[in-house]
Design a protein around this ligand. Structure first.
Ligand code: MV4
Length: 458
């Protein structure tokens, strides 16, 4: 089945990214936007615009009946959810398919199964995907938690079964804090996710966050596209990602890739997906969770594999076979992505919405900018603060790093504060240059800068 027209249930740079892929495939696009996004770049580039509600996400981008009505009114064949908003809502995916519209994403059952992080852990164990020692399934009581703690030993991380991406996690070092942590985490999870269940995992100290990109069709072909290194995070928000990881050799890549493919097959997966792992200092990797959507950082994988992940998602959703096999995949060079946010790094990364007064985008060989901003555009205060992604490719990591520093120097965004100055500091630091990355990268960077007296104003 060939799509004639698709609806994009998202906004910002990812909406633009999807419109571009669809246009090149000869597919018409409808952008479903809020009142705040009528003048967006996506609204200009799409073939049709349909307004689905007021600026607040809950009334527009998260409003399932409105989005499905918009799809029916405009007569689209499929809906692309992008990332965030409804992308990992299995009820949305199910409602879309029940309306005879194709969901450009995984089967809704796979979204639901991977959304239950305790179920995901036990499924991984059954399919020989390594997991950290921890609880079997979810729990809500202190007694079970203490029993698990005595078996696996402290430190332990308490996570919400319905959480993910670092939301609702806490580290626990002894029985006393465990009792309190179980009570608090469980009641918080109940409020935040409507599910009080938590699970326990041995806490790994200073691991790397490595994730494997996968793409699968509806005919049983599942391919891994190498890893991304996402260890540089601030409060669980990624600031900079790269591919490949210097910590992964060819043999580990194959073992992680094949484990990720088993994870997909275990839940009957198709479409693009990401299997997240923690990597310890000895090179052991452990399954953390699976993201059943296209991710913000997908371009670094595109730059080193030459595969267009959005086109691949659309192709697979149409029922086509993947046009490549595992043996056709090779990694060429190195790519680094900076997430440019409308935030002020000097004010604790506080949101900085407003009007873009001046804009100069970097360019040249190996430089890609995915953005929806333009001169005169006003960044609204209602949504997440991502305004641009700078992706730089180089033949090796050092060329990609130098090119990223050069492109960040060229980048001018006037009228709002952005994370550009912070990312400049990261890429020129000795710590980043050395590639010695871990989850404590930012703390270590700030400690080093204090000791050598780096001026943060530049
Ligand atoms: C962990 C961990 C150590 N041990 N789980 C999970 C979601 C991610 N955003 C943070 N998560 C972590 N899970 C166990 N068992 C450490 C982290 C973690 C982290 C991981 C990757 C990148 C940055 C991080 C910062 C703090 C904690």
């Amino acid at each position: 089945m060939m799509f004639e027209k698709i609806l994009i249930a998202n906004r910002g740079e990812i909406a633009v990214r999807i419109i571009r892929a669809a246009r090149e495939m000869g597919i018409k696009t409808v952008i479903a936007c809020s009142e705040a996004d009528r003048n967006s770049l996506a609204s200009r580039l799409a073939d049709e615009v349909i307004c689905i509600g007021p600026p607040e996400s809950a009334k527009s981008y998260l409003n399932i009946p409105r989005i499905i009505s918009a799809a029916e009114i405009t007569g689209v064949d499929a809906i692309h959810p992008g990332y965030g908003f409804l992308a990992e809502n299995s009820y949305f995916a199910e409602a879309v398919e029940a309306s005879n519209i194709v969901f450009i994403g995984p089967p809704y059952r796979a979204i639901g199964l991977m959304g239950d992080k305790a179920f995901a852990r036990s499924t991984m164990r059954e399919h020989r995907v390594p997991i950290l020692p921890g609880s079997d399934g979810g729990l809500t009581d202190q007694k079970t938690a203490l029993k698990v703690a005595h078996d696996i030993g402290y430190p332990i991380m308490v996570k919400a079964v319905a959480g993910g991406g670092g939301r609702g996690m806490r580290i626990v070092h002894n029985d006393d804090t465990m009792r309190k942590a179980v009570e608090m985490a469980s009641s918080e999870a109940n409020v935040a996710f409507g599910n009080p269940e938590i699970y326990l995992e041995k806490y790994l100290i200073e691991p790397r966050h490595i994730e494997i990109q996968v793409i699968a069709d509806k005919h049983g072909n599942t391919v891994y596209l190498g890893e991304r290194e996402c260890s540089i995070q601030r409060r669980h928000q990624k600031l900079l990602e790269e591919a490949p990881s210097i910590a992964i050799d060819e043999e580990t890549r194959k073992r992680m890739g094949e484990a990720a493919v088993r994870a997909c097959k275990a839940v009957g997966y198709y479409s693009a997906g990401t299997v997240e792992f923690l990597l310890d200092k000895d090179g052991n990797f452990y399954f953390m969770e699976m993201n059943t959507r296209i991710q913000v950082e997908h371009p670094v994988t595109e730059m080193i594999t030459g595969i267009d992940l959005i086109k691949s998602q659309i192709l697979v959703a149409m029922g086509e076979k993947l046009p490549f096999k595992q043996k056709d995949i090779s990694i060429d060079g190195h790519a680094i992505e900076c997430r440019i946010n409308a935030e002020d790094p000097e004010r604790g990364f506080a949101p900085s919405p407003g009007t873009i007064k001046g804009l100069i985008l970097p360019g040249g060989l190996g430089v890609r900018v995915d953005t929806h901003i333009y001169q005169g555009y006003t960044v609204p205060p209602y949504y997440d603060s991502l305004v641009a992604k700078l992706i730089c490719w180089g033949r090796d990591r050092e060329e990609a790093r130098i090119r990223t520093a050069r492109a960040l120097d060229e980048f001018v965004i006037e009228g709002i504060k952005t994370t550009i100055p912070f990312q400049k500091r990261v890429v020129v630091s000795d710590l980043f240059k050395s590639g010695d990355l871990s989850t404590s990268f930012i703390e270590r960077l700030e400690k080093n800068e204090k000791s050598i007296g780096v001026d943060k104003s530049e």
